[in-house]
Design a protein around this ligand. Structure first.
Ligand SMILES: NC(=O)c1ccc[n+]([C@@H]2O[C@H](COP(=O)([O-])OP(=O)(O)OC[C@H]3O[C@@H](n4cnc5c(N)ncnc54)[C@H](OP(=O)(O)O)[C@@H]3O)[C@@H](O)[C@H]2O)c1
Length: 209
């Protein structure tokens, strides 16, 4: 699958490295294409990592990942060019700067706002409820970490779930995109537990009977 990743920081390069290792074609959308930035990209995402400008990374991709800080998400969407029909994976969390709360929520969500900025894309909220260490390796002694996702397009959700499963997650369909109102506060819970517990080595898992 051809994947364009806008936001080549912790989340973007961790996801990209995982997908590159599983045979996907990944292009990172960078604001700076200088030699130093490209070397930093390869150090984080692997020697096979390729960079392009954000619109170039999105242009050939079936799946576009938004992994920027929330405050840059609108600019990232605007800079990604024509997203019509593409699967748009939203990994952002609308966090307040002090990580003590969300900028918005419960009556709407970052995922829904982002969908409003890219109305012709097929948005799935995913990869926002755990840390990058778990994205790099979702296996825990009790089993695979859960990866909750939500969206309004069934086919886009299947694609998102299969990309999560490729990384080793147990994908869990959380319903329509409005469930991002629940997944974003869940991310905040993960952050509080990680900070207060002094470890980022934790992830959510769903048990059933
Ligand atoms: N870190 C985690 O464990 C984690 C887990 C789940 C979700 N999240 C969420 O995922 C998002 C990314 O987090 P992160 O930790 O990966 O952040 P990060 O390491 O700071 O990386 C953010 C990246 O976004 C890029 N960027 C900023 N504005 C851009 C624009 N207009 N166009 C293209 N790229 C742009 C930055 O580019 P430069 O390299 O040019 O500065 C940087 O590479 C956040 O919304 C965060 O809440 C994070």
């Amino acid at each position: 699958m051809r994947i364009g990743i806008i936001g080549a920081g912790n989340v973007g390069t961790t996801l990209g490295r995982g997908w590159l290792g599983r045979g996907h074609e990944v292009v990172f959308g960078l604001r700076d294409l200088g030699a130093e930035r490209l070397a930093k990209l390869r150090a984080a995402a692997g020697e096979g990592a390729r960079g392009a400008d954000p619109a170039g990374a999105a242009a050939g991709a079936e799946v576009v990942v938004v992994a920027t800080p929330w405050g840059a998400a609108r600019a990232a969407i605007d800079g990604a060019g024509d997203l019509a029909g593409k699967v748009l994976l939203d990994c952002t969390n609308p966090l307040r700067g002090d990580l003590g709360g969300l900028e918005l929520g419960l009556a709407t969500s970052g995922g829904e706002q982002l969908a409003g900025w890219a109305p012709e894309a097929r948005v799935v909220k995913i990869f926002n409820t755990t840390g990058v260490e778990t994205m790099a390796d979702p296996r825990y002694p009790d089993g695979a970490a859960a990866m909750f996702y939500c969206g309004d397009d069934a086919d886009a959700k299947r694609t998102a779930a299969s990309l999560a499963a490729d990384l080793g997650f147990e994908p869990i369909d959380a319903g329509p995109l409005s469930r991002a109102r629940l997944l974003e506060p869940l991310a905040l819970l993960w952050i509080r537990l990680a900070i207060e517990g002094g470890s980022r080595g934790l992830a959510f898992r769903l048990m059933r009977r």
